[in-house]
Write a protein that binds this ligand. Structure first.
Ligand code: HEC
Length: 183
């Protein structure tokens, strides 16, 4: 092959990965025209079948979510899943144990999730709605596009996080404080 053409090809190949992001198909594969869990009309169940899973928690906004009942129990497995997701998604703004002590907490006004306000006043349904639809500044995690948000968390995953926040976050925060105060 002509050396000149080979060089042009090489340069082109090196530059290509950067261009890939601008192509029309550069979008999250989750956001495609398919029916997601809890969207559309579900197929009717066969007669006499017994449901073994599925969480009917589709709501239109945060206010509607307020009264939802958490379908999960705080089992070790659920808490473990919730803690994992919390650390991945919530901790960046709310701090590792939810105490609003991450480097950006103050700057954006992320609140302390171990406070009485969140632990006692807000219902589990409201927390689910907040994660689903976002809050004033907080992005949505259950609806793509809502306030710059995404659908990164499935309904199940959102309930994992809610269960963790309401059942173990305060304990984890206390444990973290204790480790810190030890010499
Ligand atoms: C990008 C930063 C950011 C992330 C990530 C984030 N939050 Fe928030 N969150 C905020 C801010 C800022 C506020 C306070 C202002 C507001 O309501 O938007 C808030 C408020 C809240 C509130 C209080 C809502 C109310 O009604 O007062 C709850 C509960 C909450 N967040 C839970 C979570 C959980 C659980 C996660 C993880 C799934 C999470 N947040 C992820 C920034 C964030």
């Amino acid at each position: 092959m002509n050396k000149f053409i080979r060089n042009i090809l090489l340069v082109g190949m090196c530059a290509a990965p950067a261009m890939v992001y601008a192509w029309p198909w550069s979008q999250d594969m989750m956001n495609q025209p398919s029916i997601k869990p809890q969207e559309g009309t579900p197929a009717p169940f066969a007669k006499r079948s017994v449901p073994v899973s599925g969480i009917p928690t589709k709501v239109a906004n945060r206010d509607e979510a307020k009264g939802l009942k958490n379908p999960m129990q705080p089992t070790p497995e659920v808490l473990k899943q919730g803690k994992n997701l919390f650390k991945i998604i919530c901790a960046a703004c709310h701090g590792l144990a939810g105490q609003a002590n991450s480097p950006v907490s103050d700057k954006i006004g992320a609140i302390d999730l171990t406070s009485d306000y969140v632990q006692k006043q807000l219902t589990e349904g409201w927390l689910f709605g907040t994660i689903t639809y976002g809050s004033a500044i907080m992005p949505a995690y259950g609806v793509p596009g809502e306030g710059g948000g995404s659908n990164d968390l499935s309904p199940e995953e959102r309930w994992y996080v809610v269960t963790y926040v309401k059942n173990q976050l305060v304990k984890d925060a206390a444990a973290a404080a204790q480790t810190k105060s030890q010499p």
